[in-house]
Design a protein around this ligand. Structure first.
Ligand SMILES: [Zn+2]
Length: 154
């Protein structure tokens, strides 16, 4: 049964990544909203238990409470609270666990780094601990020609 859900989700991801905006040559911003909705639907219908999707790490919950940006959506699982978004940025010369910019300005600065970065936005419900990867997108360096990027090397 879980296998079926995974296949359905994988199909949706492919569908979404083909239709959503491309931010640079070969580097797509991928939206996972449909996957999120499929997960929530699976919980509602009993195919997944709430514990399977409501297990946000304490660090993530802390970030969500302190610097999460409110979304316009209620939690699809508990329907009790508006969810927040937390963005993590990964890349060379950044902490292995990624860094979590606290402001939009800080995020912009990270995305403009010379070294390629990858950002992951996670949606979190601080009420029931539902969390889900909402979107993945590259930094600005990925959108610029390789010739410009190569200057930062050796
Ligand atoms: Zn919730």
């Amino acid at each position: 049964m879980l296998q079926e859900i995974r296949l359905a989700i994988a199909a949706r991801v492919l569908e979404v990544s083909r239709t959503k905006g491309v931010t640079g040559p070969g580097e797509a911003s991928v939206e996972y909203r449909l996957v999120r909705n499929a997960k929530a639907a699976a919980v509602r219908s009993g195919r997944l238990s709430a514990e399977d999707v409501c297990d946000a790490h304490p660090e993530l919950l802390r970030a969500a409470r302190n610097i999460g940006r409110p979304t316009e959506d209620r939690c699809p699982v508990c329907d009790g609270a508006v969810t927040v978004e937390v963005t993590y940025v990964f890349g060379a010369k950044l902490p292995a666990g990624g860094t979590c910019p606290g402001t939009a300005t800080e995020l912009k600065r990270l995305l403009r780094r010379e070294e390629p970065v990858q950002a992951y936005t996670v949606e979190v419900c601080t009420a029931c601990k539902f969390h889900h990867l909402l979107r993945r997108f590259p930094g600005d360096a990925a959108a610029t020609p390789a010739s410009r990027r190569s200057r930062s090397g050796s």
